[in-house]
Design a binder for this molecule. Structure first.
Ligand code: FE2
Ligand code: FE2
Length: 239
């Protein structure tokens, strides 16, 4: 369990940890810094132009602001623990952003589907960090969680707006069909060595495959709540 590994309370304590522990935390911080920024750039900021009315534009601006803010928080924590700034910027680092950010966003319906179903995956990831042995990272997760929940709720709320009209409902269902299959890869490889080390150090609680299965169950419930269906995923994606 998470608390089997002693808590690392401050960034000063962090500097005293083993290279393996520090390396694991660095990998996570780098990954969040890169992916929050990439998501804000390719989805949230462009979505302001796609939003259909002023109220939707206002809330989309808020979502974009919060996603850039998540990057800034991880970037700042990374700097505090000595990570080189270039490692945390997609255009400067060798690490590639997650494949889900390759999705070519072109419509408002796709953005709403990304928030309803993509940010649900982000909620699961952040939930896992709420018990992290490195307390500054645990606290960061606590501060971003309400915002990630808002992003998912944003998707559900504007999703319901799209359901009112048969044509926009059909476009939304088609967008969900395109978006949902790119999300499960977000949880990383099954039987991942990195994930095993994260669990050993009390940095993460669950395996990638457990989280993916939980995600699919929660996404199915969200789709049912909207009266939509999810496309079948290829079996190899779930193992
Ligand atoms: Fe975020
Ligand atoms: Fe988000």
């Amino acid at each position: 369990m998470a608390d089997a590994y002693p808590q690392v309370k401050t960034t000063q304590d962090f500097a005293q940890q083993s290279p393996e522990y520090r390396n694991s935390i660095e990998k996570l911080v780098v990954s969040h810094a890169i992916n929050e920024l990439q998501g804000a750039r390719v989805f949230d900021e462009p979505a302001v132009a796609l939003a259909p009315h002023p109220y939707a534009k206002w809330l989309t601006c808020r979502v974009a602001m919060e996603e850039y803010g998540h990057h800034c928080k991880f970037f700042d924590l990374g700097r505090q623990i000595g990570i080189d700034e270039d490692r945390m910027l997609p255009e400067k680092t060798a690490k590639k952003p997650l494949s889900m950010f390759d999705f070519p966003l072109t419509t408002w319906e796709e953005f709403v589907a990304i928030k309803a179903f993509g940010d649900l995956a982000e909620i699961l990831q952040v939930e896992d960090l709420l018990h992290c042995s490195f307390l500054p990272l645990r606290n960061l997760a606590r501060s971003t969680m309400p915002e990630e929940k808002f992003h998912h709720d944003f998707g559900m709320q504007f999703g319901r707006e799209l359901l009112k009209d048969p044509e926009s409902k059909a476009r939304f269902q088609a967008a969900v069909n395109r978006v949902f299959p790119v999300v499960p890869a977000f949880f990383g490889a099954s039987r991942s060595k990195n994930n095993a080390i994260f669990r050993e150090f009390g940095i993460k609680l669950r395996t990638n495959e457990d989280m993916r299965a939980d995600y699919v169950a929660r996404a199915s419930a969200a789709a049912a709540d909207l009266g939509l269906t999810l496309p079948e995923l290829p079996a190899e994606m779930l193992h």
